[in-house]
Ligand binder design. Structure first.
Ligand code: ADP
Ligand code: ZN
Length: 335
């Protein structure tokens, strides 16, 4: 069960929500620790509880079993019990790692997610997916473990690099294309503003996006059905990301993927242009196509693509593998 979540890390609310906790383990990465570690520890200490900090090096490369082992051993070394609490402060990497540690330490202890990236606020902190990468693939080891609270405080975004903001914006645009024409219009208007003005206007939109994802996830906890819609732009996006050796960030790749399936809806290209998102590179068409088809081979000879019909209305379309290439233009004039 999820408790009501306040929008700032509030010591009194935390104590009220978790009356049995004696130790709080604050898990974060080195960047976020430098920016927000001390202030967060001080705030958590206002609960009157024991607060301990566990920090790992920032970056996607930390999302490994080794870091996970360090985290769970760290929790054990602190003498954390089943009724203690993990607070995950950071982006998706922290959320996944700290969430997985909380999911498995003593078969599961409570976790509060405090996302500090836009992407984590609107996407990765919601739905309870936790885990790590192994050399054989990303997110191959993990567990479902719903956070007990998610505290979305857009104040953290003031220090977030523009490149990371774009990652989150792509997912917000995706959510708007799927469900919410009014939000799409607001996001579109924001594209013309300065980053500072955008930040100031973002809080209600972040909340709305997060609520959409929460609603879908609640309807459909273990994948399939409606949750598949959230893959809009991701089938091709993941392939583009992979083919680039992960040089293209997730949000950029998802934006490219949305363009590819969004032919019927010109507003999609327009908003992505307005935010300065790129196009997929036709010179890697063959690799992208084979990445899509190989990746999905195990699930049969067709894949479900999510095809926008208009803003706020997308369809799941079962597509035979032999027809996937139809969505990938062979030259730049088809983009
Ligand atoms: P995501 O998967 O949500 O994009 P990551 O965990 O990969 O996030 O974080 C992206 C980068 O941004 C990391 O280097 C992280 O340390 C850094 N970071 C996270 N939150 C902030 C913030 N609020 N301000 C500045 N940098 C941040
Ligand atoms: Zn995504």
């Amino acid at each position: 069960m999820k408790d009501q979540s306040p929008s700032v890390l509030d010591p009194a609310a935390l104590v009220a929500a978790f009356p049995k906790v004696r130790t709080i383990a604050l898990i974060t990465d080195s960047n976020v620790d430098r920016l927000y570690g001390d202030v967060t520890v001080r705030r958590l200490e206002q609960t009157g509880l024991r607060v301990e900090r566990i920090v790992f090096p920032a970056g996607e490369r930390s999302k490994t079993l080794d870091t996970y082992v360090e985290l769970v051993r760290g929790l054990a070394a602190l003498g954390m019990t089943r009724t203690d609490l993990v607070v995950a402060l950071g982006g998706g990497v922290v959320g996944d790692l700290a969430g997985f540690a909380a999911a498995t330490y003593m078969r599961g202890i409570a976790c509060v997610q405090v996302p500090t990236t836009l992407l984590a606020m609107v996407d990765s902190s919601i739905g309870g997916k936790t885990g790590v990468d192994i050399p054989e693939g990303k997110n191959l080891v993990g567990a479902f473990h719903l956070p007990r609270q998610i505290i979305r405080d857009v104040g953290y975004l003031a220090t977030l690099p523009e490149r990371e903001m774009k990652n989150g914006l792509a997912e917000m645009i995706k959510t708007a294309v799927l469900f919410d024409a009014a939000m799409f219009a607001e996001l579109r208007a924001l594209a013309a503003r300065t980053p500072d003005e955008r930040l100031a206007a973002l809080a209600p939109l972040v909340e709305r996006c997060a609520q959409w994802k929460e609603r879908i996830v609640e309807e459909d906890f273990k994948e399939g059905g409606r949750r598949k819609l959230l893959n809009l732009g991701h089938t091709f996006g993941h392939a583009i990301e992979k083919v680039s050796g992960f040089a293209i960030p997730h949000g950029e790749a998802v934006a490219m993927g949305m363009r590819l399936v969004g032919n019927d809806v010109p507003e999609i290209d327009e908003i992505l242009d307005a935010y300065g998102f790129g196009h997929y590179d036709v010179s890697v068409r063959a690799e992208v196509l084979s990445a899509v088809t190989n990746d999905k081979k195990r699930s049969g000879d067709s894949i479900t693509l999510i095809i926008p019909r208009k803003i706020g209305d997308c369809e799941l379309v079962e597509t035979p593998m032999s027809e996937v290439g139809r969505w990938l233009p062979e030259d730049a004039s088809g983009l």
